[in-house]
Design a protein around this ligand. Structure first.
Ligand code: ADP
Ligand code: PHD
Length: 448
């Protein structure tokens, strides 16, 4: 049995959904189908999830939401018309949106319920279309499927008790179409995963039903060695290990959600990332282990929007509890950190900018000065991170030297270097404006 997840681009309109149906028809093992909300039909289109978020936020603030509401309905109507589905389904979708908008719910709960409308209605459309073309398909709500999550709106985590219930889906007759992106708490409250979270639903279902494969259908032939928005026509990757993919997706390969690796790793489910628009292409396999080849580096990922807090104090290494106290300040202020590389007399903490708004920045810096009495403390915004990833890194001398040379050849100053303790990655912090030339230079050095 396979789980096939179709991303937003694969269900963006009726033409795409017809391709999805063809793919499902081609392989009877594709019993579990997870779908995203309709995504972009063309480069500067807007995803339904973004329309829903804008609609929800304006509605909650008492502002004009009607334009977004009309846009969402128009998108669903276009799909239903193109697929020639019963208009009763459109009426059902319209009702589902009206009901959620007018329900009397706290704001946090309401926004997640609004966001989930994209995936929920997409799953209803896909299952109706599969039935229309003669397949035995049915829509399954995540509550019925057994997806039980933590009560963390917009950032839910799967709870381990989910998996036994999900296993029972194996015995349900037909093709099961499950909306991605959300689950329910033990108390029955709908909560969404973080953005891009339909990949997580697919991985949870794959782990739960112990699928032989988790296929993730998107709009590219494979995972590329570098983001194709930065380098034209980059080399394709045929196979990656779970840890390589996790580091790469964490660091910016948005093609697959980094948290979606965890359930797959748990059950050692092989993942295959494939193209809905070209299903014959082999795609990229993500597996527990792979044979090492000549390429020490598998991929170069990059992401911007980070802050570095740099703290130095002479004899820091002798001061018991210094690092803990520094991180404790962040914990007290409810700020998560990404990395904390340290030296003898200094320590840096890297935080996502969105987690450190200016009002918190002031508190954190003041507390560091007052409580830790450092020699210096500074904060730098506008930082980008580049992650050079490869299983071969651990046993190969000179990769760091080659990477540093590539970055300095592009005349770019490195703000920070961190050899990941996972041993499959090496991280460089640079200024955001230097990101693209640095990545291009690294790509040239390692792949051309
Ligand atoms: N290294 C990479 N390899 C392939 N695609 C990448 C990479 N980095 C970023 N992407 C982007 O990820 C996109 C696919 O992910 P996403 O937009 O989430 O698709 P979906 O609509 O299927 O969920 C690609 O179109 C590509 O622009
Ligand atoms: N629709 C949600 C979840 C998702 O996974 O979407 P996509 O498959 O289009 O990345 C989002 O936009 O965040």
């Amino acid at each position: 049995m396979k789980v096939a997840k179709f991303g937003g681009s694969s269900v963006a309109n009726g033409t795409q959904i017809k391709k999805v149906a063809e793919i499902i028809k081609q392989d009877q093992k594709r019993k579990f189908v997870v779908v995203s909300a309709p995504g972009k039909r063309y480069a500067d289109d807007v995803k339904i999830t973004d329309l829903l978020i804008a609609m929800g936020e304006t509605y909650i603030k008492g502002e004009q939401y009607e334009g977004y509401y009309a846009d969402v309905l128009a998108r669903f109507k276009e799909i239903i018309n193109e697929l020639e589905l019963d208009l009763a389904l459109y009426a059902e979708i319209e009702k589902s949106i009206k009901t959620v908008l007018t329900e009397d719910l706290p704001d946090g709960m309401k926004l997640d319920r609004i966001k989930a409308l994209g995936e929920d209605n997409s799953a209803k459309i896909v299952s109706s279309y599969l039935c229309k073309i003669g397949l035995n398909a049915r829509y399954i709500n995540p509550k019925e499927a057994g997806i039980i999550v933590s009560d963390d709106p917009g950032n839910a985590q799967i709870l381990p008790e989910s998996f036994d219930k999900i296993y029972q889906l194996r015995d349900v007759d037909g093709i099961l179409v499950i909306p991605g992106f959300f689950g329910y708490t033990k108390e029955g409250k709908l909560v969404t995963f973080s953005r891009g979270g339909s990949d997580i639903t697919g991985a949870i279902i794959a782990a739960g039903v112990k699928a032989e494969m988790y296929e993730n259908f998107t709009d590219v032939n494979s995972v590329y060695t570098v983001n194709p928005a930065i380098v034209n026509n980059p080399k394709e990757i045929s196979v990656l290990t779970y840890r390589e993919m996790r580091e790469l997706s964490y660091a910016g390969f948005s093609v697959f959600h980094d948290e979606a690796l965890i359930p797959a790793i748990k059950e050692k489910i092989p993942i295959c990332i494939k193209n809905t628009n070209n299903p014959k292409a082999k795609g990229t396999f993500v597996v527990a282990e792979r044979e090492l080849d000549d390429h020490v580096v598998s991929g170069i990922a990059s992401d911007s929007g980070f802050v570095i807090i740099y703290v130095s104090k002479y004899l820091m290494n002798r001061e018991i509890g210094f690092g803990r106290k520094l991180l404790q300040i962040l914990e007290d202020e409810r700020i998560s950190f990404e990395h904390a590389p340290s030296g003898i007399d200094d320590m840096s903490v890297i935080i996502r900018e969105r987690n450190l708004p200016p009002e918190k920045e002031e508190i954190v810096l003041r507390r560091i000065k007052e409580e830790l009495h450092p020699d210096t403390v500074s904060l730098q915004r506008g930082i980008a991170l580049i992650m050079v990833v490869g299983e071969g890194l651990v046993n190969t001398i000179g990769v760091a030297k080659q990477a540093v040379s590539a970055i300095s050849n592009a005349k770019i100053n490195i703000e920070m270097i961190n050899q990941g303790s996972s041993e499959v990655s090496m991280m460089f912090g640079i200024k955001e404006e230097d990101l693209e030339p640095a990545v291009r230079s690294l790509y040239q050095s390692f792949f051309e």
